[in-house]
Write a protein that binds this ligand. Structure first.
Ligand SMILES: Cc1cc2nc3c(=O)[nH]c(=O)nc-3n(C[C@H](O)[C@H](O)[C@H](O)COP(=O)(O)OP(=O)(O)OC[C@H]3O[C@@H](n4cnc5c(N)ncnc54)[C@H](O)[C@@H]3O)c2cc1C
Length: 662
């Protein structure tokens, strides 16, 4: 979509890699001679793939030129005035000028702009420890870093290497060093490598690294670097002793390179990155744009800003900036946190929230972990993969997926990322039409198996219940509720170990140790029972509008998932003020926990007579286009959305609109 907007005449770009040159190239492609672009790069390469450095060091890519997507000359041929080895030292927003210094000659000069693009990337974290600058200690941020490390490996031929940091760059570099025949130790202060995964999944990475001979020291903090007389690294000092090292690679993360921006008071977020709107315009500054590793991004799952230094985002954000600079319109809405990596043959992938992220963001959730094959079980070469899936407990909305496994595992994360992007529930995911043939997948793809298990756990979890489940885990960080439960147990003098909490009325219904959850008795369908009165009268007091409207004939049918259980007489009784019936007193059969959970809430809107879902269920963020349902966005629970649409009560189908309004 384009709209009339005066085209920027003169654009200055700081930083000539992924974000900066994507922006410059896109603007030039669209606006042509209507824009004049001057770009500054303090390094020796433009538009190069830092992502390829570990594979270049490992020997997979022979010629470093192959990592360069577009040389300075290629950019100049496209009409971009690119100044290499030139550092921008100052920004003057009021005057619309930058001060640049040619690093070869030392000459400083000023350049004017109508619009400024800040794409200065990130700076690697360097520990302020003695010896950190010694010879033989390398970072791997730029192609020059990679070249220096490779030259050292070829000349010095080190026997022992220490990689500090077990993140994805540390892990990839460890593999690269192993392939040079070096004995590698990875040191990380966390409990497991790959802290972008939950620790239980990180453990699989740990084992795989040890499997290829890497010594992994977790929970270990580096306190210094010892050097020899030649001032070359000799060992890495940790709280648990020294680790001999002929070469050290630092991979302890990066932080946004925003010193220039901070100097002129541009807005920075909690993680030190520039804050922009969705068009990548720096907040409060219409003529300043920023993208790539120097900005913070919105995590669309948690709703929180974070710093995610990935080339995939830098390229997209650069393209968005270029479009907007050229008078077109594009947006970068945010990220869901997708990343893939590998260590030797083990593939690692993640998207969405880890457990700790979900807790921090206030979600109540279930997690499942499934092990499956990468191909049909009988097909030669099938390998194991592990999928961990997290879903919001009440709505079943997908929150995150992590995958660790062998060939063919990692890119399955894209299915999960797409589901996350579209706010799908795990129940929705079960029906996804994924490709199947024996050489590629089991008939139930591991992602679908995980979705099935997660959906079952969501159904089982019911409304705000605390307790263990037969598979998966139910996490409820509501510490206060535990106290309520204890008090209730003391009052009743029984041995309840789990309970169902009714937030609307504060009732706690304990579940006896070793017994199944039983909320409502089983009963014959209401319309068949004599002497129970008119249930439509009961439903008049029902807080669920769909049930109110459904009337006696619809009793039960609206309330069940899958139609397996009987009608929810307990609801009707509660609505009529009759209280709950003891199923044993009525001679009712015991119902397994799973069935009872089905009765615990209306499957459509998830309300019961006594229970209102927490706010998260009502924050349905599905777009209309994804379901064709035209109801107001915040008026429904995700599950209801689906059911309403298939039961011809949906407003978009024009039938009984009053039945679907909450
Ligand atoms: C070893 C490694 C492996 C990686 N692997 C992956 C991967 O597998 N997948 C993935 O998505 N991402 C990966 N990344 C991350 C990815 O490379 C970065 O996210 C991406 O390069 C960021 O692009 P950018 O343009 O924002 O910043 P950068 O690429 O850092 O570019 C910023 C440029 O600005 C220049 N600059 C800074 N300040 C100034 C100044 N004052 N004046 C002039 N020039 C300046 C810098 O010299 C630099 O060239 C990896 C990174 C590394 C280091």
């Amino acid at each position: 979509m384009t709209y009339a907007r005066p085209v920027t005449e003169r654009i200055v770009v700081i930083g000539a890699d992924a974000a900066g040159m994507s922006a410059a190239s896109q603007a030039k492609r669209i606006a042509g001679d209507a824009v004049e672009i001057v770009a500054f790069e303090r390094g020796t390469y433009s538009s190069y793939a830092a992502c390829g450095i570990p594979y270049w060091v490992a020997g997979d890519i022979g010629d470093p030129e192959r990592l360069i997507a577009r040389s300075p000359d290629a950019h100049r041929l496209n009409g971009i005035d690119l100044h290499m080895r030139t550092e921008v030292e100052e920004i003057d927003l009021a005057a619309g000028q930058v001060t640049a210094r040619d690093l070869a000659t030392g000459r400083s000069y000023r350049e004017g702009f109508d619009s400024l693009v800040i794409a200065t990337g990130a700076v690697p974290v360097r520990p302020p420890l003695p010896g950190a600058e010694a010879a033989g200690v390398f970072g791997v941020q730029t192609l020059d870093d990679g070249a220096a490390l490779l030259a050292d490996l070829n000349q010095v031929k080190p026997q022992r290497a220490v990689v500090v940091g077990g993140g994805y760059i540390g892990v990839e570099m460890a593999e690269a060093l192993v392939r040079h025949g070096v004995a590698v130790t990875v040191v990380d202060h966390a409990a497991q490598p790959m802290t972008t995964l939950d620790p239980d999944m990180g453990e699989a990475v740990h084992r795989a690294m040890e499997g290829i001979g890497i010594d992994v020291r977790t929970d270990t903090a580096v306190t210094g670097f010892e050097t020899g007389r030649d001032r070359r690294i000799r060992s890495v000092v940790t709280a648990d002793g020294s680790i001999p090292a002929d070469v050290v690679v630092l991979g302890i993360g990066v932080r946004p390179n925003t010193a220039l921006a901070r100097g002129v008071g541009l807005p920075l977020g909690d993680h030190g990155g520039l804050r922009t709107n969705v068009q990548m315009q720096v907040l409060g500054h219409d003529h300043v744009w920023a993208g790539g590793d120097c900005v913070e991004v919105l995590n669309l799952v948690s709703g929180q800003y974070q710093h995610v230094a990935l080339g995939t985002h830098a390229n997209k954000q650069g393209r968005v900036i270029g479009h907007n600079l050229a008078g077109s319109y594009a947006t970068f809405p945010g990220v869901v946190g997708t990343a893939v990596s590998k260590v030797c043959h083990l593939e690692i992938a993640r998207t969405g929230l880890r457990e700790r992220d979900a807790t921090r963001a206030g979600f109540k959730y279930v997690t499942v972990t499934v092990k499956s094959g990468t191909k049909a079980g009988y097909f030669p070469g099938t390998q194991q993969m592990t999928v961990k899936m997290t879903a919001e407990r009440l709505s079943g909305r997908l929150l995150g997926v992590q995958i660790v496994g062998y060939e063919g595992s990692a890119k399955r994360i894209d299915t999960a990322a797409t589901a996350l992007w579209n706010h799908m529930t795990v129940e929705d995911m079960i029906a996804l039409d994924l490709g199947y043939a024996p050489p590629f997948a089991p008939v139930w793809d591991p992602i679908l198996v995980a979705a099935r298990r997660a959906a079952a756990d969501v159904r089982r979890a019911g409304p705000l219940s605390v307790g263990s489940h037969s598979s998966g885990q139910c996490h409820d960080p509501e510490a206060g509720f535990a106290a309520v439960l204890r008090a209730e147990r003391a009052r009743r003098g029984d041995k309840a170990t789990a309970a169902t909490h009714h937030p609307s009325d504060g009732q706690v219904e304990p579940v006896r140790s070793g017994k199944r959850v039983r909320r409502f008795g089983r009963a014959r369908p209401a319309h068949r029972r004599a002497g129970r009165g008119d249930l439509s009268a009961d439903r008049a007091g029902d807080p669920c509008p769909a049930r109110r409207q459904a009337g006696p004939d619809a009793a039960g049918s609206h309330l069940r998932r899958g139609g397996a259980a009987g009608p929810d007489v307990g609801l009707a009784r509660a609505a009529a003020g009759l209280g709950r019936r003891d199923p044993r007193a009525a001679g009712g059969r015991r119902r397994p926990q799973r069935q009872a959970a089905r009765h615990a809430a209306c499957s459509s809107c998830r309300k019961t007579a006594a229970t209102r879902p927490p706010r998260s269920v009502w924050s349905c963020t599905r777009t209309r286009s994804s379901t064709g349902c035209a109801r107001p966005r915040r008026a429904c629970g995700i599950r209801w959305f689906r059911i309403a649409c298939t039961s011809s009560r949906c407003r978009s189908h024009g039938q009984q609109p009053q039945q679907v309004l909450a």
